[in-house]
Design a protein around this ligand. Structure first.
Ligand SMILES: *Cc1c(COP(=O)(O)O)cnc(C)c1O
Length: 401
């Protein structure tokens, strides 16, 4: 089958920007016309160490010379080491590797069900999540997601999920029953608009889960791996989830996901219960190892916290008198700028001015620079943003006359 030039051989499931990016290095990307862009989206929180980070590239290249893939029917030393490193920087004791965020959450849901049904013998299966959350696009994870738009046209949805409003302890209390296996939550609702969840609520949730024997799952797919200024965002909250998940930034751009859990959950995934052909293969595991080693050597979570403070302060200063801006929310280097109206046009204006960023919902500008971003790069991005927002406000005023 041939295609006309206007008709792609790809499903139109993405609305794509009119740019083709062909090269990346550090904080910069280049399009096929040779234009250079300052990247404040990092492939959606993936290129946390910048594009093509040297140590990761070297380690992956060396691994490519040795062995690309081997089945999980064999011991994979790189995978063992990647898991060990992850347990050293977090409260987790055991790790399962997969290939994406949705798969990591899917594994978390399966682990929670199996733990209740086979280890504890309670028969519980239900997972409670929160409005405006985002947990992925597989049937189970889109059902867990608290946004109707991702479910549209995909009925019937799998059973065993309930969604309640965030902060509504009464609704939560009502939703909890003997069937409840787990509660799943993001520490910062990222896709939902960059809402850091209030510490009191997270702590109350953690206590409630312990009291009732419910597993607490934290979805750290976007917030993990240093993004918020700690290795994992739940470390800001002084809690230890039973299970948490990671993906996006974990392998600096190679496709990988991880489901991490406490020791007492180990026996719920006995041989044959869960698997992934590619999960934790030698190449992606090398990328995970090199990513973590770089983060340790360069103290990246701390750098992200400092850069986050600097960015947030600079944005508050530059946008304080801007009527279009209603508020700025952030935790480390995930930043949301809540605006008075839709911000899709501003993303395109940013691209024209060689600054890349994304939205979170219709009214929120989302900034996700890499975690090694410099103060000069932040100053430059803030100045471009302030100027395109000011022009936008001016044009809207003119249009209203
Ligand atoms: C991106 C994301 C996912 C889904 O990850 P994929 O790798 O696209 O499957 C799940 N949860 C959160 C919080 C995310 O940001």
């Amino acid at each position: 089958m041939s295609h006309t030039e206007a008709q792609s051989a790809l499903f139109p499931s993405y609305s794509r920007y009119p740019l083709s990016i062909v090269k990346g290095e550090g904080s910069y990307l280049w399009d096929d016309q040779g234009n250079r862009y300052l990247d404040f989206m990092s492939g959606l929180a993936v290129a946390n160490l910048g594009h093509a980070p040297e140590k990761v590239k070297k380690k992956v290249q060396a691994q490519l010379d040795e062995l690309w893939h081997v089945s999980n029917l064999f011991h994979i030393p790189q995978q063992e080491q990647a898991a060990k490193l992850l347990t050293e920087v977090s409260c987790a004791d055991v790790v399962f590797f997969c290939n994406s965020g949705a798969e990591a959450n899917e594994a978390a849901i399966k682990l929670a069900r199996r733990y209740h049904q086979k280890v504890k013998g309670t028969g519980a299966y239900e997972v409670i999540t929160f409005n405006q959350s985002f947990h992925g696009r597989t049937l189970a994870t889109l059902t867990a997601t608290g946004q109707d738009k991702v479910k549209d046209g995909f009925l019937p949805l799998p059973a065993g999920f309930k969604t309640v409003p965030l902060y509504d302890l009464d609704a939560l209390d009502e939703a909890i029953s003997d069937q409840t296996a787990a509660i799943m939550i993001e520490m910062v609702q990222a896709e939902g608009g960059v809402y850091p969840v209030e510490p009191e609520f997270v702590q109350a949730l953690s206590v409630l889960c312990k009291e009732k024997g419910i597993l607490l799952i934290v979805d750290e797919v976007q917030t993990g791996m240093g993004r918020t200024g700690k290795w994992f965002a739940h470390q800001h909250y002084g809690i230890e989830p039973d299970i948490f998940t990671s993906a996006k930034g974990i392998a600096s751009g190679l496709p990988a996901g991880a489901m991490l859990a406490k020791e007492y959950l180990r026996e719920a995934f006995t041989p044959g219960t869960h698997a992934s052909t590619f999960g934790g293969n030698p190449v992606v595991s090398s990328a995970i190892i090199a990513t973590i080693e770089t983060m340790l050597e360069e103290n990246i979570p701390d750098a992200a916290a400092k850069a986050g403070d600097y960015l947030s302060t600079a944005l508050h200063e530059a946008l304080k008198d801007e009527p279009f801006v209603k508020g700025i929310r952030s935790l480390g280097l995930i930043v949301g700028i809540e605006c008075e109206g839709p911000v899709g046009q501003l993303v395109l204006e940013g691209q024209k001015n060689k600054l890349l960023f994304v939205t979170a919902g219709t009214h929120v500008i989302r900034l996700l620079p890499n975690l090694k971003v410099t103060t000069e790069e932040i100053d430059q991005a803030v100045s471009i943003l302030a100027s395109i927002i000011a022009t936008h406000t001016h044009n809207q005023k003119e249009a209203a006359k």
